[in-house]
Ligand binder design. Structure first.
Ligand SMILES: [Zn+2]
Length: 377
């Protein structure tokens, strides 16, 4: 790995290859040091099983008028999906550089642009909170040992010498229909498992893992988070809740909290459909379409907009829980419109493919945030 030691992220962080776990951390540290007026490093409270600390960045102009709404984005919850870290590090560097040097941003061969005024207005209106590496242990294991490692490295449920029984799928460890065996209809093929050997193993209980507890903490630290995006790769789409069933807008009590509907969820075409407020549904569809239309304009790349259930039926994933929080707490002030963005078809992505993907997703996220800032939920 012959890294070009340029200075975008400071120090020896490479620009011509994937960062390792330490380099992602260094990039966060360095960006916060370089732009102290605009960026704040946030050290998450818990270290991982292997002792790796986790860092997020808050990015935004000072807000003398009060607290600004937050657009939160996290990446690399899955150890084998490396590029999400570089996407979020580049988004941070783009926003910080543009604001402080009063230079616009240009994405893609067609020259899709944001002016310095547009970036300035955005960082005056909202803050970004970015967590570029949500599964440091998993990334380290995937980069050093097992290329396709998805879970974290929690050894608690290891069975004998079976390496596949190590780890929890962090994106099945959130408190949304975690008890899927009672919540879902028998025989449904939902992407979640209670067997440690599976790559979608949910863990012993919701938020059993330091990594997911850190994300829970981050949302509590920024209760003004109005938008959330979790970056993954493996399929090309932008996804929004719900993932357990089809949706409806009329029966408020037909929702994930209702025990009366246990055993009914997950079947297409039947009476059970998950409730979502019409206004939220329209807003999430509209923002997802802004992302998709922007990437189409940047590089003629298609990102279909999909409801989670249409994409892959699943339980206990990050974006469903983040959007569910206001219903769980019965507090409309906690409402966060939530998305999962899946970039690239397949998880094996060569570095030379990443610069285009980074530009696509950064341009799309900025467009989403600009549209979102106009109408907070
Ligand atoms: Zn993933």
């Amino acid at each position: 790995m012959a890294a070009v030691l340029q200075d975008r992220f400071g120090g020896s962080v490479p620009l011509d290859d994937y960062c390792n776990t330490d380099e992602v951390r260094m990039a966060c540290v360095n960006l916060a040091l370089r732009y102290p007026a605009l960026a704040e490093r946030i050290d998450l409270p818990e270290a991982t099983y292997e002792g790796n600390p986790m860092q997020a960045l808050r990015i935004g102009a000072p807000a003398p008028q009060g607290i600004k709404p937050v657009f939160m984005a996290i990446g690399a919850l899955h150890g084998n999906e490396w590029g999400s870290s570089e996407i979020l590090l580049n988004l941070a560097a783009d926003l910080l550089g543009s604001y402080s040097e009063r230079k616009g941003l240009t994405y893609g061969n067609a020259g899709f642009q944001y002016s310095d005024t547009e970036v300035g207005d955005l960082l005056n209106e909202i803050d970004f909170v970015l967590l570029p590496l949500a599964n440091p242990d998993g990334r380290r294991h995937a980069q050093d040992h097992v290329y396709n490692w998805r879970k974290n490295r929690n050894p608690a449920d290891r069975i004998g010498a079976d390496e596949d029984t190590v780890g929890v799928d962090l994106n099945r460890n959130f408190a949304f229909l975690f008890e899927f065996t009672t919540a879902m209809a028998p025989g449904t093929s939902t992407s979640i498992s209670d067997q440690p050997v599976q790559s979608t193993y949910r863990g012993q209980r919701a938020f059993s893992e330091p990594e997911t507890r850190n994300i829970q903490w981050l949302l509590a630290r920024f209760p003004q988070t109005r938008w959330f995006a979790d970056l993954h790769c493996g399929s090309q789409a932008i996804i929004h809740p719900w993932s357990d069933d089809e949706i409806q807008h009329t029966h408020v009590t037909m929702d994930f909290r209702a025990q009366a509907h246990d055993g009914q969820r997950g079947l297409p075409g039947d009476a059970y459909r998950e409730y979502v407020e019409l206004g939220d549904w329209n807003a999430m569809q509209a923002l997802a379409k802004v992302f998709a239309d922007t990437v189409k304009a940047v590089s003629d790349t298609d990102y279909p907009v999909k409801q989670g259930f249409e994409f892959t039926p699943s339980c206990a994933s990050s974006h469903d829980w983040v959007y569910a929080r206001h219903r769980i707490a019965q507090d409309p002030a906690l409402k966060t419109l939530a998305f999962a963005i899946e970039w690239h078809a397949g998880t094996e992505v060569f570095w030379h493919e990443m610069p285009k993907i980074i530009e696509d997703v950064c341009a799309g996220l900025i467009a989403m945030a600009r549209a979102a800032a106009l109408s907070p939920p």
